[in-house]
Write a protein that binds this ligand. Structure first.
Ligand code: PBG
Length: 337
């Protein structure tokens, strides 16, 4: 069997091009660059504050001044962009902290753009961190029945995105998964003169257990129920394509798939089907699992992180959002990867 196959291809020897690192680099189909990386940052009010997130070693909630410090470090390592999540001082049932002109994200955006004008500042547009119940939209509760109200939520999301753009955000990134939110945000931004502000939509966002550690970091775990009525069923791939098609029709400039590693088939299909700028979000548990196994000495952290990043890029992700962005950028600078 082996010999018969080989006889058909007498001259092609794939191993010829694998003989040295230089040859392998010459013919590599996928190349890594720090320019594709986005670093998420969690911000809350205060000064010189770094509150470690125990489920995510190396990640902390930061006061705005400390966020500038981390962003500066990331920028010098070659990371061009950060993605901001806010933890407000107070939560309520209308998520007022999300769109307050002096809200924590708005303040941090202003400071970052002042200190690091060339850094791309992306803001997560969602209500869950600002809602006392932790859901991504307005909720109506009747006894044990609760419902997330889609359309009334759209106005608040658009208001949030606008307040981020007014503060100077370079890109707004809605992660709530309400239907119609990209159109609502686009219209509002355009009406207020922010026609140049791109939207990176969390287009295919699955209801995933991989978000667990994030909910500790962002203090956004739902108090009751779950997010399955608005986030996607992990069983569905074709539905992801419909979600992406809708977001693009509504005006999304970049589409995101989330989580990343367990959903590379979706990344691949989204990129091949639409060809738009595509982002993959390597979410909190993807990071925590690697950190935990590495701390035990069970895996080679650097090799695993670089190979994971490579796989996401190979699947078609132009942009990779990862909590390991700075380490990765440093390793890439050293010529590893
Ligand atoms: C907010 C949001 C979540 C994440 C990003 N934006 C959590 C969620 O939907 O519960 C998860 C990111 C991560 O796990 O790293 N809606």
């Amino acid at each position: 069997m082996q010999a018969a196959v080989y006889a058909q291809f007498p001259v092609y020897r794939p191993r010829r091009l694998r003989q040295s690192p230089a040859l392998r680099r010459l013919v590599a189909e996928t190349r890594l660059s720090a320019q594709a990386l986005v670093l998420p940052l969690f911000v809350r009010s205060g000064r010189k504050l770094r509150r470690a997130v125990s489920a995510m070693p190396g990640v902390a909630q930061l006061s705005p001044d400390e966020a500038v410090r981390d962003a500066t470090r990331a920028f010098s390592a070659g990371v061009q962009a950060v993605l901001l999540f806010g933890i407000p001082d107070r939560k309520d049932t209308r998520a007022s902290g999300a769109y307050a002109p002096q809200g924590i994200v708005q303040q941090t955006v202003r400071l970052l753009k002042k200190e690091l004008p060339n850094l791309i500042v992306i803001t997560d547009v969602c209500l869950c961190e600002y809602m006392s119940h932790g859901h991504c939209g307005l909720v109506r509760q009747r006894g044990h029945q609760m419902r997330v109200l889609n359309d009334p939520t759209l106005k608040l999301l658009a208001q949030t995105a606008l307040s981020h753009a007014e503060a100077g955000a370079d890109i707004v990134a809605p992660s709530d998964m309400m239907d119609g939110r990209v159109a609502a945000i686009r219209q509002r931004l355009d009406r207020e003169g922010f026609t140049h502000t791109p939207i990176m939509s969390y287009a295919a966002k699955f209801a995933s257990a991989f978000y667990g550690p994030f909910r500790q970091a962002a203090e956004s775990a739902p108090r009751f129920g779950d997010r399955r009525s608005y986030q996607m069923d992990p069983a569905n791939a074709r539905e992801a394509l419909r979600e992406v098609a809708l977001d693009l029709a509504e005006g999304a400039d970049i589409v995101m798939v989330k989580p990343a590693l367990a959903y590379l088939d979706i990344v691949y299909r989204v990129k091949t089907e639409f060809g738009y700028p595509t982002a993959a979000y390597a979410v909190s548990a993807e990071y925590s699992m690697i950190k935990a196994a590495a701390a035990q000495g069970w895996i080679d952290e650097r090799a695993i992180l670089l190979e994971s990043l490579l796989s996401m890029r190979r699947a078609g992700a132009d942009i990779v959002i990862t909590y390991a962005a700075v380490e990765l950028a440093q390793w890439l600078k050293e010529g590893l990867g």
